[in-house]
Design a protein around this ligand. Structure first.
Ligand SMILES: [Zn+2]
Length: 384
């Protein structure tokens, strides 16, 4: 019976059937093949699910507790004496906007001035992801900090060391994406791209573009992304968040983006949507981030499954987990509760993260095999 049911689940999943056998929903619709979980059991399953995260900034993932400890070490006055006071300064609250968001990072910029603290926060970020069942993560950082304190090379090397150590200590694979700010002059952007390419064999897999989408179009950086592509770096670009689908088109057509960060406004232009589907460019969607920065008005109408049903690979990420006070498990749950995603939808989304990762094909296949084993164990535990 168990085997037959598992086979049924597998078949349904392979066919990407929208009807899940295990679903958070209305028990009145229950039938022989359908089992409903209460919220607690569903959340436990999501926590146990091997998850993937492709869009997460180290700058936004520093634990408040760690900031307090490091402030003591480096004798920095945070203007906060405990975690609750600090959270009021560095976490987004409803009603705040993008300008408020940008100021959240000011109190703890000192963390990025020292190799020791960078190694620690990179380690802790990977550790935190592993503890909530993330099996693969692509972390990103903008390495241009206060260069009089620590060079671009110094930042990248310290972060990679921290990530590698955590990956050895926990059951998680992690890679680094180097992020450029759209406000940079071309020359600085090229310097960052060179530093990224030089670390291709040490865990750097891609180049990203982030920042003010309104005033700095991606096309300004064509030369930099031509170089990145020639060096074998993968490319993802934040687009379709503050600006509409034109920004996404530019990222794809001018700057070789293979994935789009956010892309939440893609649906405003059916032609661009079709092009994203044709290219199978993955959207790195960050639901609560979009809600808290007022890009979307609620999560109920969040377009993740609308895009998925158009054949576009979608993924779910936290973006800045400690600024928004999020976990990936919480984001998966939010999409289940607000948009009706089933466990099977979430499974597919997690798998999309592996298939759209910037790993070499052989490593992807190995990771997928390990992921499949853990996923099968989860389904097996849920079967009657
Ligand atoms: Zn982002």
């Amino acid at each position: 019976m168990k085997i037959a049911l598992l086979a049924l689940l597998q078949t349904a999943w392979l066919a990407a059937a929208p009807l899940p056998p295990i679903k958070l929903g209305d028990p009145a619709q229950s039938n022989a093949e359908t089992r409903f979980l209460d919220r607690e059991a569903f959340q436990a399953a999501v926590r146990e699910m091997p998850k993937t995260e492709l869009h997460t900034h180290l700058e936004g993932a520093v634990r408040p507790e760690t900031i307090l400890e490091l402030a003591e070490v480096y004798q920095v006055d945070l203007g906060a004496s405990n975690v609750e006071e600090l959270k009021k300064k560095i976490q987004m609250r409803p009603g705040e906007n993008l300008l408020d968001f940008l100021k959240k990072f000011d109190p703890f910029r000192f963390v990025f001035d020292h190799p020791e603290s960078l190694r620690r926060v990179a380690y802790e970020m990977v550790e935190e992801e592993a503890r909530e069942g993330v099996v693969y993560s692509e972390i990103r950082i903008n390495p241009v900090k206060r260069e009089d304190k620590l060079s671009i090379d110094g930042v990248l090397d310290a972060v990679l060391e921290g990530m590698h150590q955590a990956s050895e200590d926990y059951a998680i694979e992690s890679r680094l994406i180097v992020s450029l700010n759209r406000s940079y002059p071309l020359e600085s952007a090229m310097r960052v791209a060179r530093a990224a390419a030089a670390r291709k064999d040490r865990g750097v897999v891609g180049l990203d573009l982030a920042g003010d989408e309104v005033h700095h179009p991606a096309s300004k950086f064509k030369e930099v992304f031509d170089y990145a592509q020639s060096q074998g770096l993968h490319i993802t670009i934040h687009a379709g968040e503050a600006v509409g689908p034109d920004s996404i088109r530019q990222a794809l057509e001018v700057c070789h983006a293979e994935r789009i960060g956010h892309g939440v406004r893609l649906g405003e232009d059916p032609a661009v949507l079709q092009e994203v589907a044709r290219r199978q460019a993955t959207l790195e969607m960050c639901p609560s981030s979009n809600l808290l920065i007022n890009v979307v008005k609620d999560l109920k109408s969040y377009p993740l499954m609308t895009y998925a049903h158009q054949g576009i690979p979608v993924t779910i990420s936290t973006d800045d987990r400690h600024i928004f006070d999020l976990t990936l498990t919480g984001e998966y749950m939010a999409m289940a509760e607000q948009c009706g995603l089933s466990l099977q939808d979430l499974e597919k989304i997690s798998l999309n993260g592996i298939r759209s990762s910037f790993l070499p094909e052989l490593e992807k296949a190995r990771l997928e095999a390990r992921w499949r084993e853990r996923m099968d164990a989860l389904w097996s535990g849920l079967s009657p």
